[in-house]
Ligand binder design. Structure first.
Ligand SMILES: *Cc1c(COP(=O)(O)O)cnc(C)c1O
Length: 271
């Protein structure tokens, strides 16, 4: 894709996304990703305003997160609760910075999420829903929720099987502190674009079908899908939220298998 030099993400000597070292660097990365989102929207006849870019700051330093804030980001995605909580505590001075937890949650970490997060994108069990709701009620808070769906069929991935989602959402209105917004998925880690696309199409098709039978109070408008390696495909297939880490914050030093125990792929990102 042709890109003008002012909106190009910089790469290091190995062709990996370089880590921004100034607010201008970060702004440039942001503009480059936004331009790619806009181009994908254009191809699909969609309005770019309908796609929210969620910057994913996992493994990155507080200094990097502050660059993102200075560049205008007001919500950051983190996949590990402990790490997110530590960053939240360290950045209390940024009162309007919100946190989205995008990784699998164990019941024993629920009370931490209820304390600081604004959004949780990886709900896939009623036990967690119930525990979250109880803690949120106690804190007088509520949380935006995405139900995670395993669209790739890989056993290493969290999320409900597509056929379980219909039954699952019927039980969610009981948890009044959870504001269900939509569905979330991670596509297959593959360089096969069509197989990746299938995952996004599956999520969208599922959402379109479930919308008709969703109980009152369960909103399925949002589709959170697409990461640095595949967000343009996701946007073409209807994503309303893309979760982008490396294209904004630079490559992570270790392959994703390091951050996602059980993830068989050692591929860091697709090109
Ligand atoms: C890390 C992560 C992302 C972003 O991945 P990048 O390759 O850094 O863009 C998106 N979603 C989830 C659930 C993640 O853990």
């Amino acid at each position: 894709m042709p890109e003008s030099s002012s909106t190009q993400t910089s790469h290091d000597a190995h062709g990996r996304y370089a880590e921004p070292s100034s607010v201008d660097d970060f702004r440039r990365n942001l503009a480059a990703v936004q331009a790619r989102i806009a181009a994908a929207c254009h191809r699909a006849g969609r309005d770019p305003q309908m796609v929210r870019l969620l910057p994913v700051s996992k493994t990155k330093s507080e200094a990097s997160l502050r660059l993102a804030y200075a560049a205008g980001c007001r919500m950051l995605g983190e996949n590990k609760v402990q790490e997110a909580l530590g960053k939240w505590e360290a950045m209390q001075d940024l009162a309007d910075l919100q946190w989205s937890v995008i990784g699998h949650l164990q019941t024993n970490k629920v009370k931490l999420v209820a304390r600081f997060a604004s959004e949780f994108q990886a709900l896939d069990s009623l036990r967690v829903a119930e525990a979250l709701d109880r803690r949120l009620q106690a804190e007088g808070r509520s949380l935006d929720i995405f139900v995670q769906v395993n669209t790739s069929g890989e056993t290493s991935k969290y999320g409900l099987a597509p056929e379980q989602v219909s039954g699952f959402i019927q039980d969610l209105p009981a948890f009044t502190a959870l504001r269900v917004r939509g569905l979330m998925t991670l596509a297959l880690f593959s360089s096969d674009v069509e197989r990746v696309r299938q995952c996004f199409m599956l999520l969208r098709g599922l959402r379109d079908r479930l919308r008709e039978s969703a109980p009152a109070g369960v909103n399925l408008d949002e589709l959170s899908m697409g990461m640095s390696g595949d967000f343009e495909i996701a946007v073409e297939e209807g994503a309303s939220v893309v979760r982008v880490g490396q294209a904004l914050f630079g490559a992570r030093p270790m392959p994703d298998s390091h951050y996602w125990p059980g993830e068989p792929s050692t591929e860091n990102h697709r090109r």
